[in-house]
Design a protein around this ligand. Structure first.
Ligand code: FAD
Ligand code: NAD
Length: 452
């Protein structure tokens, strides 16, 4: 072991959050070492948001063309996965090569180290044979990995996670998906639209179980229309694999077979082998708990999925900004999670912000709820086929505390309500707002609960 290299900050993990922190600190003139054992950019550009949204764009194009009869003549499609796989390989991921991202970071003045980092003491990190001593501190941005549930027989099979699904050059004839959350639903709908026979196994009584019940109903109806079989309230009890076929035995006594099995049962932080015990943090914790400045301990910050505050790229970027300002002692607003947005990119898209009605009631708030089905709005009526969706607004104490916007532009519609929650815009002000006609977002005006 040579001499430790002295720097200002070491950032462990250069996914979305870590890359943002490390890049900004380097640009500000700090000496920064960024350590990444996988690809700089992390899950989002290589196996997450970007490639899956390219898949969804393709699936949505097919679905939209199938809506031409009755609207604009006739149409025929010949779905082909090859252009989707090509876009993912060439445009999204550079064949899973991060040279551009590495150059972007070093171009800002950062020092890049490829390898697995372990914390060996306060401010001290080891990567291979080299140690780094950070005077200002450490930033942990190590993200999450797919959770593989302890189902009998599963571990020894060639199951897919999101990574194999994104890397697939060809699609299987049939697919069983474990988990009806964001990943399960987005990928199931795409694959079904490309002709894959898809079955989703969801342990809860409804898909998208953390969202409004209407979101679950809307997503379930859309996927069923696309030919996806949804099995809710059942769990996989045993998985077998023989002759190129998976067999999944379910808790209701039935079983399903398919060519591929996708595990989409959530994600967990990887804290066990980081050396957290060497700085007084708990390596057995589910996530790294932080204060409102993303401080996880003495001279230790944590940002992104590893904090458990919402597995979303925009949350990783948000927390990165808070941590950077704290590290640079710049001040500004601390982290505030009231207006956390999320979008499930099914068709219809399901945008949401803040609390659901149940969460607001459980928090003891005096809740008022407004709701409008999208087909009953002017734009929904005009849109016709593909207009499923709704807008639901949860208000308390004269402000919006949560909302859901499901529809063809559900992820775009939620923007106005994210601002309303964030800025605590009075309900009365929202009621006097002019919403352009005939937009989908004009439905917000109809969905607003009364002021009192
Ligand atoms: C299929 C899928 C679709 C998604 N779609 C969306 C979406 O549409 N919108 C959205 O907002 N979010 C989406 N997400 C979530 C989004 O990808 C994550 O929230 C985001 O990547 C989190 O960024 P991060 O920096 O916290 O972690 P990550 O991106 O996971 O990066 C962490 C990095 O740390 C590295 N690392 C870990 N341990 C070490 C170590 N000891 N030493 C060195 N390096 C280490 C890892 O290799 C990794 O590159 C999706 C996720 C998936 C899986
Ligand atoms: N559009 C987006 O922003 C987007 C898209 C994909 C993923 N993500 C992020 O990635 C994270 C992970 O996605 P995910 O879909 O894997 O997780 P998730 O937590 O959203 O959903 C997992 C689902 O699997 C179910 N489940 C768990 N164990 C099970 C079992 N043994 N059998 C059957 N069902 C089981 C759960 O009840 C849950 O409904 C999400 O939390 C989300 O934040 C975001």
């Amino acid at each position: 072991m040579g001499e430790a290299q002295h720097v200002d900050v070491v950032v462990i993990g250069l996914g979305v959050g870590g890359e943002e922190v490390a890049g900004r600190l380097a640009e500000s003139g700090r000496t920064v070492v960024g350590v990444e054992h996988g690809l700089v950019g992390g899950e989002c550009p290589y196996w997450g948001c970007v490639p899956t949204k390219m898949m969804i764009r393709a699936g949505d194009a097919l679905a939209e063309s199938r809506r031409i009869p009755g609207l604009a003549g006739s149409s025929t499609q010949t779905p082909d996965w090859a252009p989707v796989a090509k876009r993912i390989r060439e445009e999204a991921t550079d064949s899973w090569d991060d040279k551009v991202a590495v150059d972007r970071f070093t171009g800002k003045g950062g020092t890049f180290v490829r390898g697995r980092a372990t914390i060996v003491g306060p401010g001290r990190v080891r990567v291979g044979d080299q140690e780094y001593q950070a005077s200002r501190g450490l930033v942990i941005a190590t993200g999450t990995a797919a959770v593989v549930p302890p189902v009998d027989g599963l571990a020894g099979t060639p199951y897919w996670t999101n990574r194999e699904a994104v890397e697939a050059e060809t699609l299987p004839g049939s697919l069983v998906v474990l988990g009806g959350g964001a990943i399960g639903l987005e990928l199931s709908q795409v694959m079904a639209r490309f002709g894959v026979d898809v079955t989703v196994i969801e342990g809860s009584e409804r898909v998208l179980a953390m969202e409004e019940p209407e979101s679950s109903e809307t997503a379930a109806a859309a996927l069923t229309e696309d030919g996806v079989r949804l099995c809710t309230g059942v769990r996989a009890q045993r998985v077998g694999y023989a002759d190129g076929q998976f067999t999944v035995d379910l808790s209701d006594g039935t079983s399903r077979t398919a060519e591929k099995l996708l595990v989409a049962t959530g994600r967990a932080a990887r804290l066990g082998d980081l050396g957290l015990e060497n700085v007084g943090l708990d390596p057995t914790a589910r996530f790294l708990t932080t204060d409102e400045w993303m401080r996880a301990g003495e001279k230790i910050w944590a940002v992104g999925d590893v904090t458990g505050n919402g597995n979303f790229t925009h949350m990783a970027m948000y927390e990165a900004d808070v941590a950077v300002r704290d590290i640079l002692r710049q001040g500004g607003p601390a982290a505030d999670y009231r207006a956390r947005p999320r979008v499930t990119f099914t068709d219809p898209e399901i945008g949401a912000v803040g609390m659901t009605g149940k969460q607001a009631r459980d928090a003891g708030l005096d809740v008022r709820v407004g709701h409008v089905p999208l087909p009953q709005t002017s734009r929904g009526f005009i849109h016709g086929p593909g207009n499923a969706g709704f807008i639901k607004i949860i208000a308390a104490d004269g402000v919006v505390v949560g909302a859901t916007t499901a529809g063809p532009s559900g992820g775009e519609m939620i923007g106005a309500l994210v601002l309303a929650v964030h800025a605590r815009v009075p309900l009365a002000t929202l009621h006097s707002t002019i919403w352009a006609y005939p937009t989908f977002h004009r439905g917000i005006g109809s969905a607003l609960p009364p002021v009192s």
